[in-house]
Design a protein around this ligand. Structure first.
Ligand SMILES: *Cc1c(COP(=O)(O)O)cnc(C)c1O
Length: 351
């Protein structure tokens, strides 16, 4: 071993879902939206000029921040934007989680949280979900250096009520509490209004799922002016120009078509509710998902087997080889046609 290797930061990286390059696959493994971005985004794409690439973008992403402030009815000083919510969350971890006490998050949750905590050397404690994979608000009343959880949770899809989140906030006013609302638009209730009551609450959302723009890499956080100014200071201490001019313009354009957004979310919700009936008929059990995916377990056939058999048929879903969830599959809600193809394949496999 060369001696410089002793000074390398050892990390276990996050494993993203596969992005297969072959054509004609059904991709239900990374919770992308099956519908295209809003027509206003497609129009804006045509207006983008190569000349914008010559210059640095607006470091404050003012146009996007203003559009988000209008859409979510908060002040522009209450909004922070970044390159996907992963960027926003990673910055929030570094900005707010600097206690010697452990940061709390569920044992089954977005698998980037423990990766960031390890990478940034933040102590943490994973709080077990109940047997039915629910977050229990009472479990978050122990000394801690911060709290983070997704609502709805991933990969379970189960949502927590606003009142349960309020009780977590009520008991934890001395630390920053982050609610990761990556999937909130598919049927859970946002806690953005609670940022007015709790200046330690940071709500994080993304364009990657409900706005069909995972490729544009746009995420944002809403919180008190104080919290947001801390995030800004941290961001400007290492990279001022995080978002491209294209992302800023496309992100603002997406917000101009509320009807399209609502219609797309409604279609996915309808397909999900139908999927619950179909999965039940096929012998799967699952919690009550409020997200654009369902976390299912078959009563008879092991998840790993179903995963492989689907893959052979060019249908990709997500399998996590982890304690407590290694017999589950996380299946993204696709178009109706994609889902019909999935049910047909499952019927064959489970015969
Ligand atoms: C998808 C996802 C994110 C990150 O999405 P970005 O594409 O980086 O915006 C964050 N949290 C959860 C729980 C997610 O599922």
């Amino acid at each position: 071993m060369s001696s410089w290797e002793a000074n390398v930061r050892q990390v276990v990286p996050y494993t993203p879902g596969e992005q297969p390059q072959e054509q004609n696959i059904i991709k239900l493994n990374t919770n992308e939206n099956p519908y295209p971005p809003a027509p206003a985004v497609q129009d804006m794409l045509k207006c983008l000029s190569p000349n914008a690439l010559r210059k640095y973008p607006d470091p404050a992403a003012g146009k996007l921040v203003k559009a988000l402030a209008d859409r979510y009815d908060v002040g522009p000083e209450q909004i922070f934007v970044g390159v996907g919510s992963d960027d926003v969350l990673a910055m929030a971890f570094q900005t707010f989680f600097n206690s010697d006490l452990p940061v709390l998050f569920p044992d089954i949750t977005y698998s980037f949280y423990d990766v960031w905590a390890d990478a940034f050397r933040i102590p943490y404690q994973q709080i077990p979900l109940t047997d039915s994979f629910e977050i229990r608000a009472e479990d978050y009343r122990i000394p801690n250096g911060g709290i983070i959880f997704p609502n709805p949770n991933a990969p379970t899809g189960i949502a927590l009520s606003k009142e349960a989140i309020r009780s977590i906030l009520q008991a934890n006013q001395d630390v920053v509490v982050i609610v990761d609302e990556a999937y909130v638009d598919f049927g859970a209730e946002t806690v953005i209004p609670l940022t007015e009551e709790y200046d330690n609450l940071l709500v994080v959302q993304t364009y990657s799922k409900s706005r069909s723009m995972a490729g544009a890499r746009i995420g944002f956080a809403i919180g008190s002016e104080k919290l947001i100014s801390c995030l800004q200071a941290f961001k400007y201490s290492f990279n001022s120009y995080t978002m491209s001019d294209a992302a800023i313009n496309l992100g603002a354009a997406a917000l101009s078509d509320e009807t399209y957004f609502q219609d797309t979310c409604r279609k996915i919700i309808e397909t999900r509710e139908d999927a619950k009936k179909r999965f039940a008929e096929l012998g799967f059990s699952f919690g009550d998902s409020k997200a654009n995916f369902i976390f299912v377990k078959h009563e008879r056939v092991p998840a790993k087997m179903i995963f492989n058999a689907l893959r052979e048929r060019h249908i990709y879903v997500r399998y996590f080889d982890k304690p407590r969830i290694d017999n589950y599959l996380r299946i993204t809600i696709g178009t109706r046609e994609e889902m019909e193809a999935l049910y047909a394949a499952l019927e064959e496999i489970l015969k």
